[in-house]
Design a protein around this ligand. Structure first.
Ligand code: F6P
Length: 322
């Protein structure tokens, strides 16, 4: 069996651990692995090479993806998918393991309709893949964001300020709500739960009058826009409360860094599971986590699922920030 392997969409810490796991699990079963550089775009350009066990040495602890990644416009067209299938056929690749998010899976679904045996692994810092409780990279990203928040806390405390901190997550508030809870923020603005900025300001005033000297407000990036930035939120809070406020956008720093133990171990397990699925004759499946266990779903079915949100954690952090 020849398995193509690619990473697509935004990179995430732990993708390398998954690449190592897939490669070595496949080699251990006597399969051949072809690494495809730069996701579906690299596939369309035929940018691929055979991966041996030693090619994936010394990558477990590295962030990013040794296969590089890209978002491909050409692949998103029917002609692009057809071209990709022809390239896979010419390279003798009958199976494809893709690591990425929902967009990556849609590509895998298109290829599976043309007969390629595809398996998807969830890789994105946002944890916004609908069929799974966890995605590779999420744990590292939330810990990186938390480390930055701890540093901000030192300076906001020294100056008696309010820090408005924007975290990543595209349209999802999973990183936001977790780090808000972990840092003791006054609240977190996310698209999943309604908020009232005036109520938050009243809470700040009340707490300031009761002796609290510094505050954090976490903003999930899905809430902001060009017309409503984190800086605008900081200015609004300062004007309404009299507490000097500064906005910090954490940005792409959250995508980098050495993966946590949790991300590495999950990536390792998922990579092994993906190869096992192919070896046992399954295809067109997404590997996911449900109730802390690895499971797999049909790709089409997986894409139709609804993502949960930790509503309870959000409510509790609001109650605790008194
Ligand atoms: O999906 C991961 C992510 O980092 C999101 O949190 C963010 O919205 C997006 O990618 C940024 O994409 P880019 O790196 O293309 O700017």
């Amino acid at each position: 069996m020849t398995i193509g392997l690619l990473t697509s969409g935004g990179d995430a810490p732990g993708m390398n651990a998954a690449i190592r796991s897939v490669t070595r699990s496949a080699i251990a079963r006597g399969f051949k692995v072809i690494g495809i550089r730069r996701g579906y775009q690299g596939l369309l350009e035929g940018d691929m090479y055979e991966l041996g066990a030693r090619d994936v040495s010394d990558i477990l602890h590295r962030g990013g993806t040794m296969l590089y990644t890209a978002r491909s416009k050409e692949f998103a067209t029917p002609d692009g998918v057809k071209k990709a299938k022809d390239i896979l056929d010419r390279a003798g690749i009958e199976c494809l393991i893709v690591i990425g998010g929902d967009g990556t899976y849609r590509g895998a679904l298109d290829l599976s309709r043309l007969g390629v045996r595809c398996i998807g692994l969830p890789g994105t810092i946002d944890n916004d893949i609908v069929c799974t409780e966890y995605t590779i990279g999420f744990d590292t990203a939330q810990n990186t964001a938390l480390e930055m928040l701890d540093k901000l806390k030192d300076t906001e405390m020294s100056h008696n300020r309010c820090s408005v901190v924007e975290v990543m997550g595209r349209k999802a508030g999973h990183i936001g709500v977790r780090v808000a809870a972990a840092t003791g923020a006054i609240d977190c603005l996310t698209v999943e739960k309604p908020y009232d900025l005036d109520e938050i300001c009243d809470k700040i005033i009340e707490q300031k009058n009761a002796g609290k000297t510094h505050f954090e407000l976490i903003v999930a990036e899905g809430v902001v826009s060009k017309e409503f930035t984190s800086d605008d939120i900081a200015k609004y809070i300062e004007a309404k409360t009299g507490v000097t406020s500064r906005a910090t956008v954490l940005g792409h720093v959250q995508r980098g860094g050495s993966p946590t133990c949790y991300d590495r171990v999950m990536a390792l397990k998922m990579g092994y599971y993906a190869v096992e699925l192919l070896a046992n004759g399954y295809s067109n499946r997404i590997v996911a986590v449900k109730n802390d266990k690895l499971v797999d779903y049909d790709i089409e079915e997986a894409l139709k699922m609804q993502k949960g949100y930790d509503e309870k954690l959000h409510s509790v952090l609001r109650i605790l920030s008194i």
